[in-house]
Design a binder for this molecule. Structure first.
Ligand SMILES: [Mn+2]
Length: 321
């Protein structure tokens, strides 16, 4: 189907809504929030009543994006029947969006518009504005706004740049295509503050977080035969004062970016006697396979799993027992 038809269809539904509910996924990143906030701004300009919802509070580091201040994490918005249109951003299905149960209880059932770029998207929307070739959901929203003639002002441009920079890893990973660069260039032309976005996404670690990084980096082990470099993070370390979960998450991406190794594995103890593993690969090694064997899954170059137990250091690596 011609995607511009979907764009116009989505705009019609949004325009006719009593009130649009913009949904960003839990544990929100710059893409789900950037794309969602762009829509909040667009609706605001068009005089379309709109509410933003995210199960988790918007992290302070994203507060520079206009529109993010209006997100609520109050589930009762789903009981408000004025919300007759749901626009979901950057989520492959409603469970991932954190709203499957909430939507199931809505009556009457809202019209769902699904804006996304994941290949695994389940097409759960009544309208699926899906482009698996796009770098980010922000790029999908950019295309939507361009098709329907929506104004992209500097606020919207900054939100969309955040999504693109997040999902391209500051223009370094395979999502960095000529289209994502072209879209980003156009957004800068429209007043998007790329340097501020880049700074907010990168220069945001606290001293305690970076000290923990230091400890975790000093613990790196390397298995020559498997080509796997690994490290571990213990539960008491993450629980320490001033450590933020999202900063700890960044370690596996950091290692994947700077360490010249085939595969990176970061083990992290989490509550409930569980250990989360994050695989990253830079070459053509499919890490979703070992993740699947361990009961998890993910993408070719980024995958994870959760197993029961605690991490034990051995002579040449780690064991979970
Ligand atoms: Mn995304």
């Amino acid at each position: 189907m011609d995607i511009s038809y979907l764009h116009r269809n989505a705009l019609d539904v949004i325009r006719r809504a009593k009130r649009v509910l913009v949904v960003s996924h839990p544990n929100p990143d710059g893409d789900t929030l950037g794309a969602g906030a762009a829509m909040l701004n667009f609706c605001g300009r068009e005089g379309i009543p709109v509410t933003g919802y995210c199960q988790d509070e918007v992290p302070q580091q994203y507060a520079y994006m206009p529109g993010t201040e209006s997100y609520v994490n109050d589930k009762t918005v789903f009981a408000d029947s004025a919300h007759d249109v749901l626009a979901v951003f950057d989520a492959g299905d409603l469970r991932f969006a954190g709203i499957a149960d909430l939507v199931a209880r809505m009556s009457p059932r809202p019209v769902i518009i699904n804006f996304d770029h994941h290949a695994t998207n389940e097409r759960f929307g009544d309208i699926n504005v899906l482009d698996v070739t796009a770098s980010s959901t922000a790029e999908v929203v950019y295309d939507f706004l361009r098709t329907v003639g929506g104004e992209i002002d500097r606020s919207i441009a900054t939100c969309l740049l955040t999504g693109i920079l997040t999902d391209t890893g500051n223009f370094s990973n395979p999502a960095t295509t000529w289209t994502s660069l072209e879209v980003a260039a156009d957004l800068v032309k429209r007043g998007g503050k790329i340097q501020e976005v880049s700074n907010k996404l990168m220069r945001n670690k606290s001293l305690p977080s970076l000290r923990l990084w230091g400890v975790v980096l000093a613990r790196l082990k390397h298995d020559e035969k498997l080509g796997v470099s690994s490290t571990a993070i213990f539960e008491h370390e993450v629980a320490a004062e001033g450590i933020e979960e999202e900063h700890v998450e960044g370690i596996s991406n950091f290692l994947n970016r700077f360490l010249d190794t085939k595969v990176v594995l970061v083990l992290k103890e989490v509550s409930g006697n569980k250990v989360k593993g994050s695989f990253r690969s830079a070459d053509d090694i499919d890490v979703s396979l070992p993740a699947k064997i361990l009961g998890g899954g993910g993408h070719k170059k980024a995958a994870g799993f959760t197993v029961r137990g605690r991490i034990v250091e051995t002579a040449d690596g780690w064991r979970v027992e």
